[in-house]
Design a binder for this molecule. Structure first.
Ligand code: ADP
Length: 402
């Protein structure tokens, strides 16, 4: 029988926006509150909100936060009888001004020719449409940094786009177009200052997003699993393994995108095996796919044979019982493995030094939290069976040299 673990594939889609944003809920609330407050109190929408991330980090929810805020904002305003629509423009690949206007016109479902028309003509059509329909428009410009760096859009055009109503005063005196700019990192601000300095002071709200911690990722993965996987097909432990691997506080990239992909790959592997639940080994394989050369054979070959025997002991215990292994158990497993290979086990102090070195090399992890103290785990991105096979070969070679 084929396993049926993934119940909703869409949940693992890159563009999926969850029905509630558990992590970043406060940030979403603040964006929504600021804009809705303005629209309700003044009747105008001219806000520019900017979301930017920690330098060098992607998959940390910038786009998702912008989309989620726009969706919820539109729902909340609707309850108050105010119609707000949003247009999502992905500026990846340096679009021209016409490309951007086409996206906006397309999102509104407007039938006006963009190509061949001037900026003013198109913008006027949009503004008139909004006025007649009595609607507001929130434009999300994703990959905004790309627009700033591109020479396909002049600073003047960009300024006109962001400050529409300075060029085209609204027929009824109501401004109806706001923006959420999504930029990679803080450098976007320097580019704004350089290219469109007049806009800098008009940014109403700026939000800096940090990469996710393992706790954040745990929450995000748990929600995805509940939404897209069959009940009982995953454990708390496997979600924690993935969250630990990517959490920024654990030296990972803090990327929700990578964590979600790993969960999907693990689920797919379990399904392919015909199983109805995800095993620890499925997760190890899924994480290994995201690591460069997950087992560095040359490094292993350079290690002392007893260090390799300790690693072998951990791998064996992992394949037998999984999870975090108490050090005392690793010790007895090591003694057993040593005698199996005809070696006399080293003393306790030496054994602990091996554990420390192996953990420094990234092959093992030492438990630091409550409940895990004094326990050891094979690094999550190492598939146990592959490691055992590689170690078998290396150890036989090494011991044969004696
Ligand atoms: P960025 O724009 O920073 O590159 P994205 O917003 O595209 O990152 O997020 C990457 C993936 O992670 C998406 O699939 C998104 O749904 C998911 N994701 C990011 N942040 C969250 C969150 N707070 N809650 C739930 N899913 C999230």
């Amino acid at each position: 029988m084929h396993g049926s673990i993934i119940t909703d594939m869409q949940v693992f889609n890159d563009n999926y926006v969850p029905p509630t944003l558990i992590v970043r809920a406060d940030e979403a609330r603040e964006i929504i509150w600021r804009i809705s407050n303005k629209v309700i109190k003044s009747g105008n929408l001219t806000d520019i909100t900017m979301i930017y991330g920690q330098i060098g980090r992607v998959g940390i929810g910038k786009t998702t936060l912008a989309k989620y805020a726009a969706i919820k904002l539109s729902e909340e305003l609707k309850e108050k009888g105010i119609r707000l629509r949003y247009a999502f423009v992905n500026a990846y690949g340096a679009p021209t001004l016409i490309d951007i206007l086409s996206s906006i016109v397309g999102a509104l479902g407007l039938r006006v020719p963009v190509r061949g028309a001037s900026f003013v003509e198109t913008m006027k059509s949009i503004a008139d449409y909004l006025m007649v329909k009595d609607e507001y428009l929130l434009v999300i410009l994703d990959e905004f940094q790309g627009i700033l760096l591109s020479n396909k859009i002049s600073p003047d055009d960009l300024y006109r786009l962001l400050r529409v109503y300075e060029e085209i005063p609204a027929g009824d005196g109501i401004n109806r177009i706001g923006y959420i700019l999504v930029a990679n990192d803080v450098r976007a601000l320097a580019y704004i200052r350089e290219k469109i300095p007049q806009v800098e002071s008009q940014i109403d709200f700026m939000l800096h997003l940090r990469a996710y911690s393992s706790y954040d990722l745990y929450k995000i993965l748990e929600q995805r699993a509940e939404l897209g996987l069959a009940p009982g097909s995953y454990s708390h432990y496997i979600i924690e393994m993935i969250a630990d691997r990517y959490g920024e506080d654990r030296g990972g990239e803090g990327s929700a995108r990578k964590a979600i992909k790993a969960l999907q790959r693990a689920a797919e592997r379990a399904e392919m095996r015909g199983d109805n639940s995800i095993s620890e080994e499925d997760v190890r394989y899924a994480l290994a796919q995201d690591s460069y050369a997950y087992i560095d054979i040359r490094m292993l070959k350079a290690l002392d044979k007893h260090m390799l025997l300790v690693l072998y002991a951990v791998a064996r215990a992992t394949s037998e019982r999984g999870g975090w292994i108490p050090t005392s158990l690793v010790r007895s497993e090591y003694e057993e493995v040593s005698s199996l290979f005809g070696e006399k086990p080293r003393k306790h102090t030496q054994f602990y030094e091996y554990i420390s070195t192996l953990s420094r090399l990234g092959l093992l992890e030492k438990g630091v939290e409550k409940g895990k103290m004094g326990s050891i785990r094979l690094s999550p991105e190492i598939p146990t069976d592959v490691l055992l096979e590689v170690l078998d070969h290396i150890l036989i070679d090494k011991l044969g040299e004696n």
